[in-house]
Design a binder for this molecule. Structure first.
Ligand code: DGL
Length: 281
């Protein structure tokens, strides 16, 4: 394991690019490899067994590319696979859960909303961790299953999204919440509409930058921070159409990405030949 090796991140689609974005800003020198498993999106309604399998396959793919650290840039996969990957992988693994918990802990909120996918809510991972830390905390869990498909369809600013957000979140207006944790890496793209529905007094907590901080600390503590001054490389892989990935990625990142910058892969990797045969762009 070399300090000059890249950092690997994965998510079900483009959502984890919110973490990629924070990482690139905080650690501009580090080489990054992003894998968006868009062929199997959404992760948010999948079973524990499938989520563990997907996380194992994404991690193996990144390991084969020689990464020094893996970030599960997906709350759903973190809930089901973080502990297992930490035990089985030969390199450090960072998930999204600690970042979310730390944000609530540091602000000392007592009444919070947890906005996440169905599988994340069902795992009870956040609720357990938050009440362990503060037994009197009130957590209002709201699954928002249509948010990810709307974002991946490029409809973040569509009136339909406003309606759906109101449908999911309006009941929270009567709970006097102080903050809402955006516990899905896609959700920062709906920040504006979520804030409008919840009102200006509710603080939106976005764990991506905290996660990037945790990565920086881990790299420094473990002597894994990149030493070389060579320009950082950013590499993207997707398991579905690179063209679609590029269009969406440009909404998440400052840097322009072309579909030619993104490689199509298949998981498990032996499906790749089939994909090439059909020349799916
Ligand atoms: N972005 C992912 C998360 O943070 C999952 C979204 C999905 O595929 O449902 O939970």
């Amino acid at each position: 394991m070399q300090s000059d090796s890249p950092i690997g991140l994965f998510d079900s689609g483009v959502g984890g690019l919110t973490v990629f974005h924070e990482l690139s800003n905080l650690l501009p020198n580090e080489d990054l490899i992003y894998l968006g498993d868009s062929a199997r999106l959404p992760y948010g309604n999948k079973s524990p067994a499938n989520l563990l399998q997907y996380a194992n396959e994404c991690s193996s793919f990144l390991l084969e590319r020689g990464v020094k650290l893996i970030i599960i840039a997906c709350h759903t996969a973190s809930c089901y696979a973080l502990e297992s990957l930490k035990k089985t992988l030969p390199i450090p693994v960072i998930g999204m859960i600690p970042a979310g918990i730390e944000l609530i802990q540091q602000s000392n909120f007592q009444n919070v909303a947890l906005l996440a996918t169905e599988s994340t809510i069902r795992s009870n991972v956040y609720q357990r961790a938050l009440s362990k830390q503060n037994p009197s905390i009130q957590v209002h869990s709201v699954a928002c299953p249509l948010f990810v498909p709307l974002i991946e369809e490029g409809l973040s600013h569509h009136g339909l999204t406003q309606l759906i957000a109101t449908h999911y979140l309006h009941p929270l207006k009567f709970q006097s919440i102080e903050a809402a944790l955006l516990a899905c890496t896609h959700y920062p793209l709906l920040q504006q509409v979520i804030q409008e529905v919840l009102g200006p007094s509710v603080q939106l907590l976005k764990p991506a930058s905290r996660c990037a901080n945790n990565v920086r600390n881990l790299l420094l503590e473990s002597g894994l921070a990149k030493q070389s001054t060579k320009k950082a490389s950013k590499v993207f892989f997707t398991t579905e159409s690179p063209k679609r990935f590029a269009t969406l990625a440009n909404l998440f990142l400052d840097l322009p990405i072309q579909s030619s910058d993104i490689d199509l892969v298949a998981l498990p990797t032996n499906k790749l030949e089939l994909n090439k045969k059909f020349k799916y762009s």
